[in-house]
Design a protein around this ligand. Structure first.
Ligand code: FES
Length: 127
């Protein structure tokens, strides 16, 4: 069996939503100390709906594919639903990742959580 699914390869070769949102409502950056990879997520949120999302990932193929898939999964979602996104769901949407690459999908979950927390902190500071 090939190491990576076709979906992983496809998202790695043609990642969706790469870039920066300058006036993002939430930004989250996380890293994995072991491999040194870094992921940054930018969210645009309107009325608690994620209207746009972009990412920058300095990392392995699985991390890039996971960020790409994760952005697709949460775009258009409500904040509370995006909070529930797990790395397992990201990996499943990619038709699986090798066991020793599952931690790469964890970065995507954590980056989104961090960006959502940033959004919620900013929101509560405005009150
Ligand atoms: Fe570091 Fe994949 S090896 S995120």
């Amino acid at each position: 069996m090939a190491l990576y699914s076709e979906k992983v390869m496809e998202h790695f070769m043609h990642p969706r939503n790469v870039g920066v949102i300058e006036d993002a409502d939430g930004v989250g950056e996380v890293g994995n100390a072991k491999c040194g990879d870094i992921m940054k997520m930018y969210l645009k949120i309107d009325n608690d709906i994620i209207t746009d999302v972009k990412f920058e990932t300095f990392g392995c193929a699985s991390a890039i594919a996971s960020s790409s898939m994760a952005t697709e999964l949460i775009k258009g979602q409500r904040v509370e639903d995006a909070m529930e996104l797990t790395n397992k769901a990201v990996a499943e949407a990619l038709d699986g990742l090798p066991d020793y690459k599952m931690h790469c999908s964890v970065l995507a979950e954590e980056a989104i959580q961090a960006a959502l927390e940033d959004y919620q902190n900013k929101k509560s500071n405005q009150k």
